[in-house]
Design a protein around this ligand. Structure first.
Ligand SMILES: Nc1ncnc2c1ncn2[C@@H]1O[C@H](COP(=O)(O)OP(=O)(O)OP(=O)(O)O)[C@@H](O)[C@H]1O
Length: 614
């Protein structure tokens, strides 16, 4: 529960392995204790747990010790809460009851979590067949009449509270499944999840880091509620006389108390009071925990002791650039797209082509612009290279090679995620259109820069931190330390875009795909960001594919350009040639739409005022 975050100086010694730190130390427990609701709940539950744990010591009698000469007795110094109809000590039975009731309800929640949580995470994240199958199983489980199932199990296995609670855990697991699945679905398509994928993080890592943080708070609240429901259900069954009379549980005591309610009402009161107190405390704890988790900082650090080759070293590059077999006879470009066709199946069975017969290449050290109006298929082409097309997209024709290896081989319908996941973040990186939505709001900028470097380059957290600070300086951030420690909402859009550019080049890629990287920025920042991309591209000698609808940006930045319209390639060539002598009418129209060098337009206001005057 104490989610602590390591703190240490942000000036690690490069080359040293081991733990380094970032950010603030904060504990969920501290925030929880500050909340009166949380502290009251903790005190009650801790009290219950202590009583249950030390029941053997605290109880003056065995739970089933009966003094038949003292039945239904009022409280006295020996039996402080009196005795029941068999002369058993109520206080002792309450203590032993706490043990069994609390543990078995915990077991129920654990069983439900173990089944529902992973299934919900996988179904929400991967969707497709697993989701369909899980939905099917969940529907069956939910259609089962719970009470009848529990009664059947009781008849088959006897009055075991443990078996009943395991069965109830299975029956209630769909609630975890549904909660988790819908929480995951709500973030699955967030750009920061795509960005994490592009930065080379494995699915497991994305699920545990970026997705799990979203479901954690609801799961905790749900668990508190489920534990309460389990106590109520278990007591309900026992109240109906289906419990094990040899075991003291609060439900069995309730049943016993009910039979003697007119003679000794306190026999009913004490177990009911214990149950109400525990269930109430669980609900309060769930709410307080949610508040504490949502307010808090969520970063954990792990020790890293293995020495790794320095980034940029021959060993690192060699290790990263071990490609699969190069296809013999293919022209060797950094990226080669050949007759690419991308389509989406329609309801009538046809396939709507959104990219059709597109071929081009990019080499190391050059910037290729893909330009065209909105909907011309630029992003779909770029996403095909990145392997980020939606699940229902089909490669209907052609192939894509990266550094001589097929990522989409001729005849394949989908981009190979197996091949792409080894390249993304390592050799291919991505600068997205909307900087803010591509940063996970739950983590600091420093954390989001450091994690991919640690994983991809195999360097220590200290080295990655030093590199991240240098990268932030390189991309023109004046106070890198402050930006490193900041959360995404604490920086401006221009700064967030610089951060993403820093992230894109952090693992020394060979290819950067920038999709309208300046669209979300204001004009002055746009120019700075374009300068930055050009500068970095020259310095690092990387290949860049720049997707834009703006010929001005192409003229400013690119070496070659591909013009697209309605999913087809209209014209391709060196930028200067196309600017001077465009062959196609569409290219001329696009060029005509550039404002630069044009006569200023007449002012609407003057004509209106003239009109008004006449
Ligand atoms: N998931 C999808 N399902 C069906 N059609 C899609 C899907 N995504 C994109 N398209 C279609 O593909 C075509 C090309 O879209 P794309 O996003 O590549 O255009 P673009 O040139 O990048 O435009 P913009 O500059 O507006 O992003 C559009 O007609 C679009 O409607």
């Amino acid at each position: 529960m104490t989610e602590s975050v390591e703190t240490s100086a942000l000036t690690p010694v490069p080359g040293t392995s081991g733990q380094t730190g970032t950010v603030v130390r904060s504990t969920v427990l501290k925030r929880l204790l500050k909340n009166p609701m949380g502290s009251i709940a903790i005190v009650i539950l801790m009290g219950m747990a202590v009583l249950a744990m030390f029941a053997d010591v605290l109880a003056p009698f065995d739970e089933n010790f009966a003094n038949i000469s003292k039945t239904l007795a009022a409280p006295d110094p020996v039996n402080i809460l009196g005795t029941d109809s068999s002369g058993r000590d109520v206080w002792s039975r309450l203590l032993f009851g706490a043990q069994l009731t609390l543990l078995s309800s915990l077991l129920c929640a654990v069983v439900a979590i173990v089944i529902g949580l992973p299934a919900g995470l996988v179904a929400g994240y991967y969707a497709g067949r697993f989701e369909a199958l899980s939905n099917w199983i969940v529907s069956i489980l939910m259609s089962l009449p719970g009470l009848i199932v529990l009664l059947t199990i009781r008849a088959a296995f006897g009055p075991s509270v443990w078996i009943a609670m395991i069965a109830f855990g299975v029956l209630i697991s769909p609630s975890y499944f549904r909660l988790t699945r819908s929480a995951v679905q709500s973030v699955r398509n967030e750009l920061y999840v795509d960005a994490a994928r592009v930065s080379g993080l494995s699915d497991l890592r994305i699920i545990t880091r970026h997705i799990f943080s979203v479901v954690r708070a609801p799961i905790i609240i749900q668990t508190a509620a489920i534990a309460g429901v389990a106590i109520a259900i278990q007591s309900g069954l026992e109240f109906l006389g289906l419990g094990d009379p040899a075991k003291a549980t609060w439900g069995v005591m309730l049943s016993e108390g009910f039979k003697n309610v007119y003679l000794t009402p306190t026999l009913l009161f004490w177990p009911a009071f214990a149950m109400a107190l525990t269930i109430g405390a669980l609900v309060l704890l769930g709410n307080a925990l949610r508040d504490a988790l949502e307010d808090g900082e969520k970063i954990k650090h792990r020790k890293r002791t293995t020495a790794a080759p320095a980034p940029g070293s021959a060993a690192t590059r060699a290790a990263r650039k071990t490609p699969a077999a190069v296809d013999a006879g293919t022209e060797h470009h950094l990226v080669k797209v050949t007759n690419l066709g991308v389509g989406y199946p329609q309801a009538d069975g046809s396939v709507k082509k959104v990219v059709d017969d597109v071929s081009f290449h990019v080499d190391r050290g050059e910037i290729l612009g893909i330009v065209g109006e909105s909907g011309s298929g630029k992003s779909q082409t770029a996403f095909s290279i990145l392997g980020l097309l939606p699940d229902n997209a089909r490669i209907v024709a052609g192939s894509i090679q990266f550094d001589g290896n097929y990522t989409v081989a001729p005849g394949e319908e989908h981009v190979s995620q197996d091949r792409l996941s080894k390249l993304r973040g390592r050799r291919i990186s991505y600068i997205p259109q909307e900087p803010m939505s591509n940063l996970d709001p739950a983590f600091t900028i420093g954390y989001q820069l450091v994690t991919p470097m640690v994983r991809v380059l195999g360097i220590s957290k200290g080295e990655a931190t030093a590199r991240a600070l240098k990268l932030l300086t390189d991309v023109g951030i004046v106070n890198p330390k402050r930006t490193f420690d900041a959360y995404p909402h604490e920086v401006s859009g221009g700064m967030a875009q610089r951060v993403l550019i820093a992230g894109a080049i952090s693992c020394e890629p060979d290819l950067v795909i920038a999709d309208e990287p300046t669209t979300a920025l204001d004009v002055t920042v746009q120019a700075e960001v374009l300068d930055l991309i050009r500068d970095l591209q020259k310095r690092l000698n990387i290949g860049v594919i720049l997707v834009t609808h703006n010929f001005g940006v192409v003229a400013d930045l690119c070496d070659r350009v591909v013009v697209m319209q309605n999913g087809r390639l209209v014209e391709e060539g060196p930028v200067r040639g196309i600017l001077r002598n465009p062959q196609e009418t569409y290219t001329r129209t696009l060029l005509g739409s550039m404002l630069e060098g044009k006569e200023p337009m007449t002012m609407l206001v003057s004509s209106t005022s003239q009109g008004a005057a006449s």
